[in-house]
Write a protein that binds this ligand. Structure first.
Ligand code: DHB
Ligand code: FE
Length: 284
């Protein structure tokens, strides 16, 4: 049977992608950000899964106000890199895993979660920047990736509680797949940031670190946090953090009320307008 071996959490700041693509990672400003991922790149080499289930949000690139799926699962064999206005990032195409994606869709939809099946979804910085942070600049990504897009852009957006329970349904779906695949689930976006209005530039270190502590040790209680707390404390784009609860909900049941193994933890301000947070949790 397939199983979830670990979960990875990381911010997806688009300027990080630009820094990599333009060869600026050694500059003092960016060096401090990339230093937090040195461990992670080696860890991923040592723990390469068969498939990455990558929870992220589209930023009005694949979707628009014409079509707003709350949860969309990418079931295609391949996903193009989105053109976000200055050409697609020069990164490898993303190969999918149609069989596992279809199985997860079947199981999770039968478990009463409404997923939208997507076969054409160009992937934007929400998905490619986490891959770049964890993999560097390879000729091909190390394994197939199932894109799982969550609407955290246009309200109404799903609650943390629903995201956490969806993660549990994904755990069950993976565990019932009849192939011995090692699957990682990544939760991306966040941490505190606000890109608009009078509070643009808002960062809340204390809140972010309390979020990380609780995500590790007591996610079931964290999942009860209402949207308004995210927006008030972590800024309008801080709401992206509900996606981390999907990945955390997919960790082993035994860790629902106590901490899993923390392989790595990193927090840094600033990266563009965003606080960068990063965690690796292992199921073993
Ligand atoms: C920034 C962060 C984001 O999450 C995003 O989607 C766009 C921009 C930023 O910090 O600049
Ligand atoms: Fe974003």
């Amino acid at each position: 049977m397939a199983r979830i071996t670990a979960s990875v959490y990381t911010s997806h700041v688009p300027a990080i992608g630009a820094a990599l693509d333009l060869g600026k990672t050694g500059e003092p400003y960016w060096q401090k950000v990339f230093a937090g991922y040195e461990f992670s790149r080696q860890w991923l080499k040592d723990n390469t899964p068969d498939v990455i289930f990558l929870v992220y949000n589209d930023h009005a690139n694949a979707f628009s106000l014409e079509l707003i799926p709350t949860f969309a699962i990418g079931c295609a064999a391949e996903f193009a890199i989105a053109d976000e206005g200055w050409g697609p990032r020069p990164v490898p195409v993303v190969k999918g895993h149609p069989e596992l994606a279809a199985h997860i869709a079947q199981s999770v939809i039968q478990d009463d979660f409404d997923l939208t099946i997507v076969n054409h979804i160009p992937v934007d910085h929400g998905l490619t920047v986490p891959l770049s942070l964890m993999c560097g600049q390879p000729a091909a990504w190390p394994c197939p990736v199932i894109p799982f897009a969550v609407n955290v852009v246009q309200y109404p957006v799903p609650s943390g509680r629903r995201c956490y329970n969806l993660g549990r349904a994904i755990r069950k779906a993976v565990a019932s797949y009849d192939q011995p695949l090692k699957v990682q689930i990544w939760g991306t976006g966040g941490m505190s940031h606000q890109l608009q209005g009078p509070r643009a530039g808002l960062i809340n270190r204390e809140w972010d670190n309390a979020f990380l502590d609780q995500l590790i040790a007591d996610p079931a209680t964290l999942a009860q946090k209402p949207h308004i707390d995210y927006v008030r404390e972590a800024g309008s784009e801080g709401i992206e953090l509900v996606m981390w609860l999907i990945a955390r909900g997919a960790m082993s049941e035994e860790f629902e009320k106590r901490a899993p193994r923390v392989a790595h933890r990193f927090y840094h301000v600033p990266a563009s307008n965003t606080a960068v947070g990063h965690l690796i949790l292992e199921n073993t």
